[in-house]
Design a protein around this ligand. Structure first.
Ligand code: UDX
Length: 444
C-alpha cells in the first residue's frame, strides 16, 4: 500500500515508521521544514527508544521518506492518515481541531482516485463527519472515504505498542475502506491482534473512553493510597489484592504523583467538554480531572511535611522530571507543579533527569540542573524521586545518604521497599505505604 502520513510528530512518526516496517511505502509530510530537514538527515526530533533505528532501516529500504510537499504524496496514496496535533484550546479545554481541518482542506485539493482518509489524531466525536464535509465541499467529485483509526501508543513503549496492539479500532462501515484498512494492518492481523470494527463516531469515542477509564483507574488507586496513609494500610497490597481479580486487572494501578503527559490531561478535559455539550455529563471524569490537578500540588506539600514543615532556604534534590520514564516529554508532568510548589515555599531545587533536562530547562530556567543523581544529592536537605527511571531503581543508598545534608528521602513512585530505605538510615516517605515495620510489628 502507498500511505501518506500527515504530521511527523510523535504519533505520525511512530505510525509511519511502523507501517513502513510492515512493508508499505510511506511518505511523512510536515509543514515544519526544519523538522523534515532533520528527519532527512537521520536526526529524530523526539526521544523514543528504538525509533531512530526503525526510521533509518526503512529509509535505507526506500520505504520511508520525508517531505514538506503534500500534493504529490497524497495523489499517489491509497490511504492518507491525519496525525496532526489536537492540543487543548487555550482557556476552554476543548480540543483545537484547526490543524485537522487545515489538513483535510489540503488533502481534498490533492486527492486522485479512490483514497481512504484516516483520522489518527485523537479527535472528539463528530470530527470525522466534519472532515468528510470539508473534503466533499471542495471536491464533490472525489472518491473518498473518511475513517477513524485511533492510536493507543504509550510514549516510551510506542513501537512495541504499535506492533503488538491489544486491538486495532477501525471506524467505518464502508466495505472498500474496511478492505484497505485490513490490508494496511495485515501483518498484525496475522499475529491475531483483533480488529474492532465500528461506526466512525463510535471509534472516536472509544479512544476517549479508553484514556478516561485509565485516568480513572490511576486516580482511584491514588486516592486509595491517601486513605491507606490515614488508616494504616499498604496500597501496594491493596493494588495486588484487587488487580488479581480479572474483572479489575493489575495494570494502571500504580500510585504516584498524578498522571501527566500529552494525552490523559488533554483528552479527559476534552471528553468532559463533549459530554457537557451533549447534555450527558461524565461526573466521574470531571472529578478525576480535578483530583489529579490537586494531587500534583499536594505532592509539594508532602515533601514539605517530610522536611519537617518548611523548606525555606533549603535545597531539594529532585530525581526525574519527565511525566514518565523513557521519554523526554515534559508536557503536564507532575514535576512542574511539584517544583513550582517547592520554589514558592522558599526552596532551591536541584534536578537530574536522564532525557528530560533540555525540555525542562525551557520551562523551568530557575532550577539547578546537574549531570547525575549523586551530584544532585550533594549537600541537599532532601531527595525526591518524581519519575521512576531505571537509573534511579538501584541507587547506592549509602552513597546518596553520605552526600545529603539530612537523610530525608521522599519516593513519589514507591521505587524502594520502605525497610531497605530505612535500613540505609533514611527518614523515608512514599505513597500509601507504612514504614518498614509491617502490620504485625515485625521489621521486614
Ligand atoms: C497514554 C495511553 O496509555 C495511551 O494508550 C494513549 O495512546 C496515550 O496516552 P502515555 O501518555 O504515553 O499513554 O503514558 P502512560 O504510560 O499511559 O502514562 C500516563 C501517565 O499516567 C504518566 O504520568 C504515568 O506516570 C501515569 N501512570 C500510569 C500512573 O501514575 N500510574 C499507573 O499505574 C500508570
Amino acid at each position: 500500500m502507498r500511505i501518506t502520513m500527515i504530521g511527523a510528530g510523535y504519533v505520525g512518526l511512530v505510525s509511519g515508521a511502523c507501517f513502513a516496517d510492515f512493508g508499505h511505502h510511506v511518505t511523512c509530510v510536515d509543514h515544519d521544514a526544519r523538522k523534515i530537514d532533520d528527519l532527512c538527515n537521520a536526526r529524530i526530533p523526539i526521544f523514543e527508544p528504538g525509533l531512530d533505528q526503525l526510521v533509518a532501516a526503512n529509509v535505507r529500504q526506500n520505504r520511508l521518506r520525508f517531505t514538506t510537499e503534500l500534493k504529490q504524496a497524497v495523489a499517489e496514496s491509497d490511504a492518507v492518515f491525519i496525525a496532526v496535533g489536537t492540543p487543548s484550546r487555550r482557556g476552554d479545554g476543548y480540543a483545537d481541531l484547526s490543524y485537522v481541518y487545515a489538513a483535510a482542506k489540503e488533502i481534498a485539493a490533492a486527492i486522485v482516485g479512490y483514497t481512504v482518509v484516516v483520522t489518527k489524531s485523537t479527535v472528539p466525536v463528530g470530527t470525522g463527519d466534519e472532515v468528510e464535509r470539508i473534503i466533499r465541499e471542495s471536491r464533490p467529485d472525489a472518491d473518498v472515504e473518511v475513517v477513524s483509526n485511533p492510536e493507543f501508543l504509550r510514549e516510551g513503549a510506542a513501537i512495541a505498542d504499535f506492533k503488538r496492539p491489544d486491538r486495532i479500532v477501525v471506524g467505518t462501515q464502508d466495505e472498500r475502506a474496511i478492505a484497505v484498512m485490513r490490508e494496511i494492518y495485515r501483518p498484525l492481523y496475522l499475529n491475531q491482534s483483533p480488529i474492532v470494527l465500528s461506526s466512525r463516531r463510535t471509534a472516536e469515542l472509544t479512544k476517549y473512553a479508553a484514556n478516561a477509564f485509565l485516568a480513572v483507574k490511576i486516580t482511584f488507586i491514588n486516592e486509595i493510597a491517601d486513605l491507606c496513609e490515614r488508616v494504616g494500610g499498604d496500597v501496594q497490597d491493596v493494588a495486588r489484592g484487587i488487580g488479581l481479580d480479572n474483572r479489575i486487572g493489575s495494570k494502571f494501578l500504580h500510585p504516584g504523583p498524578g498522571y501527566g503527559g500529552s494525552c490523559f490531561p488533554k483528552d479527559t478535559l476534552a471528553l468532559v467538554k463533549t459530554a457537557q455539550d451533549a447534555g450527558s455529563p461524565l461526573r466521574i471524569v470531571e472529578t478525576v480531572v480535578a483530583a489529579n490537578d490537586q494531587r500534583k500540588r499536594a505532592m509539594a506539600r508532602k515533601v514539605i511535611e517530610a522536611c519537617g514543615g518548611t523548606v525555606r532556604g533549603r535545597t531539594i534534590a529532585v530525581l526525574g522530571l519527565t511525566f514518565k520514564p523513557n521519554t523526554d516529554d515534559m508536557r503536564d508532568s507532575p514535576a512542574l507543579a511539584i517544583i513550582t510548589g517547592l520554589q514558592d515555599a522558599g526552596a532551591t531545587v536541584r534536578a537530574f533527569d536522564p532525557e528530560g533536562m533540555p525540555n525542562a530547562k525551557a520551562l523551568m530556567p530557575d532550577v539547578d540542573y546537574v549531570a547525575d543523581p549523586y551530584s544532585c544529592a550533594d549537600g541537599a536537605d532532601a531527595l525526591v524521586i518524581v519519575t521512576e527511571w531505571d537509573a534511579f531503581r538501584a541507587l547506592d543508598l549509602q552513597a546518596v545518604k553520605a552526600r545529603l545534608r539530612s537523610p530525608v528521602f521522599v519516593d513519589l513512585r514507591n521505587v524502594y521497599p520502605p525497610a531497605e530505605a530505612e535500613r540505609a538510615g533514611f527518614s523515608y516517605t512514599s505513597i500509601g505505604r507504612p514504614g518498614g515495620e509491617d502490620k504485625a510489628g515485625v521489621r521486614s
